[in-house]
Design a protein around this ligand. Structure first.
Ligand SMILES: *[C@@H]1O[C@H](CO)[C@@H](O)[C@H](O)[C@H]1NC(C)=O
Length: 121
């Protein structure tokens, strides 16, 4: 991938993150997790999902935080939808690589991320 494609992708990532930050409650008292939080936690993973290379340790921390935060079935469903919607907005995202991340971080995810994953299950 050329440098200009890279910078366009990064620009889009920033826009996506700003979009999702909208419902990120910094001092949140809500028990349920928000898409903003999920995006914030998984943001360091995007680079690996799009460009490959090595997984950022911050990505592993984020994945584990997100897994620990999603305790109830409702949380898991919400997180799944956030990840699915967020991933769909990222051009060039390699889902094969995305699904390698939990294993590379030494953990497991309750679902696979795909463009048409059914989050209600
Ligand atoms: C996606 O990533 C996998 C694993 O790294 C790689 O084998 C595959 O070629 C990649 N696909 C694309 C379209 O880049």
């Amino acid at each position: 991938m050329g440098n200009s494609a890279k910078s366009i992708s990064l620009m889009i990532l920033v826009m996506v993150s700003i979009f999702f930050m909208g419902d990120y409650h910094l001092h949140g008292v809500k028990a349920e997790i928000t898409c903003g939080e999920v995006t914030y936690w998984l943001f360091p993973c995007i680079s690996y999902g799009v460009f490959g290379g090595t997984v950022d340790p911050a990505c592993c921390t984020g994945v584990k935080t997100a897994l620990a935060a999603a305790k109830t079935a409702e949380d898991i469903r919400k997180k799944c939808e956030c990840v699915k919607e967020g991933a769909a907005l990222i051009p060039g995202l390699n889902y094969t690589r995305v699904n390698e991340i939990p294993k590379l971080c030494g953990t497991t995810s309750p679902y696979q991320v795909t463009p048409d994953v059914d989050c209600s299950k």
